[in-house]
Design a protein around this ligand. Sequence first.
Ligand code: 523
Length: 128
Amino acid sequence: MVAGAVLEPGRLLLAQRRYPPEVAGKWELPGGKAEPGESPEAALRRELAEEIGVSVTVGAALRESVALRDDLMMIALRARIEAGVPHPAEHEALQWVDAAQLRAMLDAGRLVPADTVWVPELLADLGP
Ligand code: 523
């Protein structure tokens, strides 16, 4: 599983999940499962094109990874939009957040639980 930290100077793109019920309405780094033989970078480019309608340049991985299940790890890769305007093709909504907004969403329990491990690194990327 690969998620994208889509970053612009001072802001991060979050996507609001529609399912499953436990996390419906919560916000995540958009992404999905790699297909057999597909690299994480290629999977993220494909998922962000399908879900958000943008083409991205993929950058460095965030340090933390998350075990979603015993047999399913999720990593996050930084990404920068090269072309396209983000549009929620599969999510309920998208929003850009700055560091203060990201911290407030964490505190309010509005992030998908697995994604909370990345918040410290993302806050460092976003700056004050
Ligand atoms: N997460 C998650 N955080 C996160 C993503 C992209 C996904 O915790 N940033 C979890 C939520 C789902 C599972 O990973 O329980 C599958 O995510 P999904 O549905 O976005 O990936 P798909 O569409 O590739 O997988 P399936 O719908 O299961 O085929």
